[in-house]
Design a protein. Structure first.
Length: 174
């Protein structure tokens, strides 16, 4: 029987889309590692965001390199991994694809502004204020129709969102 090569998946989208919840359940279903990309942010980035200051490309490059390093390290160990990362711009996704050292799938969590605002308002203990949602939406370059990207609407239960992601990913892996 042929051995499945390790999978590298980024669950992406703006703040409030549910990246962490979706990625954790997706990793559990796939039986692989989960990495919370926000935990890789340098302290200076977290401080900026907590103050409501949007990150610049210069702020994001070192963080994206750390996320890419996690992908490459898992692949080097022969392990599959699901990582959360906003990956808002195409150039960020290209950098992550390059860093991963192999094929990379993205699960894009898409949702209406009112759904995102409601979710962000309900979160407890997260450094990202609702005020930064609109700067993230302005920065977002839709990945729809990019290679390796599946899009899932977030206006559903967690189970339904992950079911949709799994179905679309399996289809791509064929």
């Amino acid at each position: 029987m042929h051995q499945q090569s390790p999978r590298a998946i980024i669950v992406m989208g703006v703040s409030g889309a549910g990246k962490t919840s979706v990625a954790q359940l997706l990793a559990q279903r796939l039986g692989c590692a989960f990495v919370e990309g926000d935990r890789l942010h340098p302290d200076a980035n977290v401080e900026k965001m907590a103050k409501g200051i949007p990150l610049t490309d210069e702020d994001r490059w070192p963080w994206l390199d750390l996320v890419g390093g996690e992908l490459a390290a898992a692949r080097a160990r022969g392990e599959s991994v699901v990582v959360t990362c906003s990956a808002l711009k195409k150039v960020y996704r290209e950098r992550l694809r390059e860093a991963s050292g192999g094929s990379l799938n993205f699960v894009f969590l898409a949702g209406a502004v009112d759904v995102l605002e409601k979710r962000m308002g309900e979160r407890k203990g997260h450094f990202m204020p609702v005020s930064l949602l609109h700067s993230q939406l302005a920065t977002l370059e839709s990945p729809v129709n990019e290679e390796g990207v599946v899009t899932v609407d977030i206006d559903a239960s967690l189970e339904t969102i992950v079911d949709g992601a799994m179905t679309a990913l399996v289809e791509q892996w064929r």
